[in-house]
Design a binder for this molecule. Structure first.
Ligand code: GCV
Length: 707
C-alpha cells in the first residue's frame, strides 16, 4: 500500500556521487515533485512475478522510494493512483490497444479503471512493460508532469546493440574507462553484481543486445570454455531483454581444430561453423549471432581465398539460420595493396555485392567512410545498397574525440548522420530511413555503438561520457529524438531537473562536439591524430608504411593549399553519392563548409563564406574551439552550487585537461600548417607556445586504449 516505509533492502545506499548510478540515481525529489510521484504510484499492480516483471516492479519501488521517500506496495487490486502494468493476456479488456507496439514497445496512459484514476503501462510482453516502466521513471525523474499521459512508443530499429571491443585478457581496444567489465577469468562461476547493473542501464535506454568481444577477435572465444562464459552473461542479461552476440575470427576453424583452410566454399569449413553454431545455441538458446571483421586491418577473411564478403557472410549465415541467428558483416575495409582513396574502398568492395547476401545477413557500416572522425560526411554506402539491409556503426568511445577527459557530447554527431539525406530515393531519403528499413522495406534492421564502458566506477571514464552511451541508446530506440532533448533529459536525471543547472549544462554539451571539431579538425580535415594511440595531434606524420596511415595523406597541405580532392579531378569519391548529393559536393562553393577540405583541395587564399581566406579561417576555427572550452570552464564554475562535490571536482579537473589539450591541438596544428603555408597569423591570433619540433617530440607510449 502507499506509504509503506522504506525497507532496508530497497534503501538507496549512502555512497559518494561517483557516477556509478548513471542516469538512474533516483535522488530525493523536491516536495512538489515528490508528492506528485507518490500520488501517481500509490501501489503497483503487475501481471505476475516472472523475472522481467520482478525487475520492473523492483525498479519502480527502488526509484519511487528514492525520489519520494515512500515505497509503493505490490498489490493485486486497483486503487486510486496505482501504477498498473498489463498485457492483453493479463488484462483482456485493456483500455488501450497494444497493436503496433511489437514485442518491445509500450503505451502509457492515464485512465480510469473500476472508477479509479490509474496510470496504465501496457505492452505485448514483459520486456515491453519494462521499457514502459523506464519511460515512466524518466518522466518522474526529469520533473515532467505525470498527469494526462498518453504515450505510445515502439522502436523502428530491431537490433540496438553495443559492440564491446573487449579483449579476453581484460584490456579494451580504444577503451578509456579502465579494464573490461567482463571478468572472463572468473566466469562462468562468478557473476559479479556489475553484470546486472550493466543490463539494467542498457535496458533503461532500450539497448537489446551486446557483442561481448572485440571485432579484432581471438578464436578462443569460440572454445567450449568461453562459450560457457558467454552463456553465463546471457543468463544475466536475458530478463532485461538483452541478447548476447560474439565477434568471430575468420580462421577459427583452422586455429581451433586444425582445418587446412577457412575457404567459405569448402564443405568442411561450412560444417565446422554449423557444428559451432549448434554448440553455441545449445548453451545460449537465444544467442543473437555473429559480428565479423574480415579482410580489414590484417584480419583474415574470405578474400584470402578469392571469395567475396558475401560468400563469407552467407556461409556463416547458413550456420546460424536454423536457430534464427543473424550475421553482422562489417563494411569497414581498406586494403594495403589498394592505391585508391581509402574513403572509396568499402563502397567499391560492397556495392557490387548488393542483393547477394543471405536474408539473415546485415552489413554493418560506420557512420563515415574513414574512421569515426570528429566530423565525417555520411558513408556513401548508405542509400547505395537498396537490396541489402545496412546497419549503422557509431563509436561511443571517443578514440578521436578527446578520449576520456574531453567533454564532447556525441548526440549532435549521431543526429547529424542519422538526419543526413542520401537522396537515394529522392529528397527525404535520410540515413535513418535506410537503417530503420523503411526506405527499402527491409525487416532486418540495426544500429550498433562501440561501447565506452569499463571498470571505472563511473563506467564511461567521465560523468559526461555517460551522456554518449545514453544518447546512443535513446536515438537507437527513436531516431527522431533530438540531441538537444536527449541532453536535457540526461542532465535532469544525472544531476537534477533544476533549470538553473539543466539549461547551462545542455548549452555547453550541445556546442561541445563542434568545439572539438574546431580545435582538432576544422573545415573538413580528418585523421590528423598522432600515430597508433590517436591521442593528440600529429598532422606532420608522414613516415608510416601505408600511405593511408599518415595524416599527410588526409590533409595534403603544401605551400599552395590544403585538402583532399575527392571530386572528378581527384579521387572522385563524390561520385559514390546519389547524383543530387554528388552535384553539391562537386563544387567547393556548394559543399557545406564544415566538410570543405574533406572533398576539396583549395588554395590558402580561397574565400570562405565569412570573408576570411581559408588560412585565416582555419586559424579562427582553432581559436574558436579553444575559446569554447574556456567558456565551458566558466559555465561549469558557475554551477558549483548545483552539483555535488565529487562530480563537480571531476568535471572541473577534466575541463582543465581539455583546455590544456585544446590549446595543444591548436598550437601544434598551427605550428605545422604554418611551416607549410609560410603565412602570417591573422591579427589577434597568438603564435603557438612552442616551435614545431617541440610538438613533434611529444610521445605517449602508454596512452590507453591502444593494443
Ligand atoms: C577494432 C580503427 C581503430 C581500431 C579498430 C578499427 C575497427 O582503425 O583504430 O582500433 O579496431 O577501427 O573498427 O575495426
Amino acid at each position: 500500500m502507499a506509504g509503506t516505509s522504506l525497507s532496508p533492502v530497497m534503501a538507496p545506499t549512502a555512497q559518494a556521487e561517483d557516477g556509478y548510478d548513471l542516469w538512474l540515481r533516483y535522488a530525493q525529489a523536491d516536495a512538489p515533485r515528490s508528492a506528485a510521484i507518490s500520488a501517481h504510484a500509490t501501489a503497483i499492480v503487475a501481471p505476475g512475478t516472472g523475472p522481467t516483471l520482478t525487475i520492473a516492479t523492483q525498479e519502480l519501488q527502488r526509484a519511487i522510494a528514492g525520489m519520494s521517500g515512500t515505497t509503493p506496495a505490490l498489490s493485486a487490486t486497483f486503487q486510486q493512483g496505482a501504477l498498473l502494468l498489463a498485457t492483453p493476456a493479463s488484462t483482456p479488456a485493456l483500455p488501450v490497444t497494444t497493436d503496433g507496439l511489437g514485442s518491445e514497445g509500450y503505451a502509457i496512459r492515464s485512465t480510469m479503471i473500476d472508477g479509479k484514476a490509474v496510470t496504465l503501462i501496457a505492452a505485448n510482453s514483459d520486456v515491453g512493460l519494462l521499457q514502459g516502466t523506464y519511460n515512466w521513471l524518466r518522466l518522474a525523474q526529469s520533473g515532467e508532469s505525470l498527469d494526462n499521459l498518453d504515450i505510445r512508443s515502439a522502436p523502428k530499429i530491431g537490433l540496438r546493440l553495443l559492440n564491446h571491443w573487449d579483449n579476453l585478457n581484460g584490456t579494451v581496444e580504444r577503451g578509456y574507462a579502465g579494464q573490461s567489465i567482463w571478468d572472463w577469468w572468473r566466469l562462468p562461476d562468478w557473476k559479479g553484481p556489475r553484470y546486472a547493473d550493466y543490463a539494467r542501464a542498457n535496458a533503461s535506454i532500450g539497448i537489446n543486445g551486446t557483442v561481448l568481444n572485440n571485432v579484432n577477435a581471438k578464436a578462443d572465444s569460440l572454445t567450449a570454455s568461453y562459450i560457457a562464459k558467454a552463456a553465463a552473461l546471457a543468463d544475466v542479461f536475458r530478463p532485461y531483454g538483452i541478447k548476447v552476440y560474439l565477434s568471430v575470427k575468420w580462421t577459427a576453424p583452422m586455429e581451433l581444430d586444425g582445418l587446412k583452410t577457412a575457404d567459405p566454399l569448402d564443405p568442411q569449413v561450412a560444417a565446422w561453423w554449423k557444428a559451432k553454431a549448434d554448440e553455441i545455441y545449445k548453451a545460449i538458446p537465444d544467442f543473437g549471432g555473429f559480428l565479423v571483421k574480415a579482410n580489414s586491418e590484417g584480419q583474415p577473411g574470405p578474400q584470402d581465398y578469392n571469395r567475396t564478403h558475401a560468400d563469407g557472410a552467407n556461409m556463416l549465415a547458413a550456420a546460424v539460420k536454423p536457430h534464427n541467428g543473424i550475421v553482422m558483416w562489417r563494411a569497414f575495409v581498406y586494403a594495403h595493396d589498394n592505391p585508391d582513396d581509402r574513403a572509396k574502398q568499402a563502397y567499391t568492395d560492397f556495392k557490387p555485392l548488393d542483393g547477394k547476401f543471405a536474408d539473415n545477413v546485415i552489413v554493418q557500416v560506420k557512420n563515415g567512410a574513414i574512421d569515426f572522425q570528429p566530423r565525417e560526411p555520411f558513408h556513401p554506402l548508405f542509400g547505395a545498397m537498396p537490396k541489402t539491409p545496412l546497419m549503422m556503426e557509431f563509436q561511443i568511445t571517443k578514440e578521436y574525440l578527446g578520449q576520456s577527459t574531453h567533454l564532447t557530447y556525441l548526440g549532435p554527431l549521431f543526429e547529424e548522420t542519422l538526419d543526413a539525406d542520401t537522396y537515394a530515393r529522392g529528397k527525404g531519403s535520410t540515413v535513418s530511413k535506410v537503417i530503420d528499413g523503411s526506405l527499402e522495406g527491409h525487416k532486418l534492421t540495426g544500429i550498433a555503438g562501440v561501447a565506452n564502458i569499463g571498470m571505472d566506477r563511473d563506467w564511461s571514464g567521465s560523468i559526461f561520457n555517460q551522456a554518449d552511451w545514453y544518447a546512443f541508446g535513446r536515438l537507437a530506440w527513436d531516431t527522431s529524438l533530438s540531441a538537444d532533448s536527449i541532453a536535457k533529459e540526461w542532465a535532469e536525471m544525472t544531476f537534477s531537473p533544476d533549470p538553473k543547472l539543466v539549461q547551462p549544462v545542455v548549452k555547453m554539451m550541445m556546442g561541445s562536439r563542434e568545439a572539438a571539431v574546431d580545435y582538432m579538425t576544422p573545415l573538413g580535415l580528418a585523421h590528423v591524430m598522432d600515430t597508433g594511440h590517436h591521442y593528440g595531434p600529429g598532422p606532420w606524420v608522414s613516415d608510416l608504411a601505408r600511405p593511408e596511415w599518415n595524416p599527410v595523406y588526409y590533409h595534403k597541405a603544401d605551400a599552395n593549399g590544403i585538402g583532399f580532392d575527392r571530386t572528378k579531378s581527384g579521387s572522385d569519391a563524390v561520385g559514390q553519392y546519389a547524383p543530387p548529393v554528388a552535384k553539391l559536393l562537386a563544387s567547393a562553393k556548394t559543399t557545406p563548409e564544415n566538410e570543405l577540405l574533406w572533398f576539396h583541395h583549395l588554395p590558402w587564399d580561397y574565400r570562405l563564406k565569412s570573408g576570411d581566406t581559408l588560412w585565416d579561417g582555419l586559424i579562427h576555427h582553432y581559436d574558436g574551439g579553444v575559446r569554447y572550452v574556456t567558456d565551458m570552464q566558466t559555465t561549469w564554475a558557475s554551477l558549483k552550487p548545483y552539483v555535488d562535490a565529487e562530480r563537480f571536482a571531476e568535471t572541473e579537473a577534466f575541463l582543465t585537461i581539455q583546455h590544456r589539450e585544446a590549446l595543444w591541438w591548436r598550437d601544434a596544428s598551427i605550428a605545422y600548417f604554418q611551416s607549410v603555408s609560410k603565412r602570417p597569423l591573422p591579427a589577434g591570433s597568438a603564435a603557438p607556445a612552442h616551435d614545431l619540433d617541440w610538438y613533434k617530440a611529444l610521445k605517449f607510449p602508454y596512452a590507453p586504449g591502444h593494443n
